[in-house]
Design a protein around this ligand. Sequence first.
Ligand SMILES: [Zn+2]
Length: 284
Amino acid sequence: MNQKLNEIAKILPTIGLGTRHIFDITSVYKNIRPYGILHFEKKYLSIVEKSMDELSLSIFSKKYLYKEADPNSREGILSLAKNSEEENFCELWFLNKNNIDLNRSLSWDELHSRTGYYLSYPDCCVGAWEKYQAQNIFYEKYIYETKRGFWQNNRLASIFYPDILMLDYFPCSLDCPHASQLADKIFSVINTELDADLLNNSFKWMKAVYFVNQEYLFASPEWIKKDDRISINQDKIQKVKLQEVAKMIKRSIDKIHLIPFEHYSGVAFLDIMREDEILATFKV
Ligand SMILES: [Zn+2]
């Protein structure tokens, strides 16, 4: 267990950041990837700088940006401030001071033209982002996925629980092996460095059961798999309208579509329960 990292993990929620950011920071601190990035409200800069210093992480690029809501998805968009817009966010790039081979003089333009490369995101995922350039296309792709995905790539979880343990990019698909391998490398250190209580909620949502019916996406963080059935408690199910996830989603499905994941492979039936009573069973 790493005391410094755990202390900083406790500070992050007070400045609008969370466990997903300690995931990011730890990956650089433990040299799994060379460079990291953080976005936060400009007013918290001195707190972030102090935390970086305590971890011997060096800030090598700092840029003030403007954050606004994305009209097409649930997430925000950061851009350079225009005319009357006031810079309200800070983008900060950092690296491990002990890594002497790193280039510390990269310009912001260079970092921005190859962000995915410098942040070690898999080439396939960077290519997919360059092709689609829109968050809502990824959400639609994930929701209607028919191949078995990896929970490590489950960005859908962020719809219900924003503080999931993922680097801030969109895997090209839920079953991208490169994205899940990168995540596993980080998990292998996160699990030994950070307090489990900090991580458990994120894991629960990343491994939750997700399904679509008509115009809703449903999620249940608690579920039991037995043989070829998954049972979930009616009271634990949460839902969100598909159109709120990504405005362009027009499709609705009359039968239940279980979003398939490796960790519950082989499932053929979904039971909706109230205590011990089966209220409904769906073939999935
Ligand atoms: Zn990929």
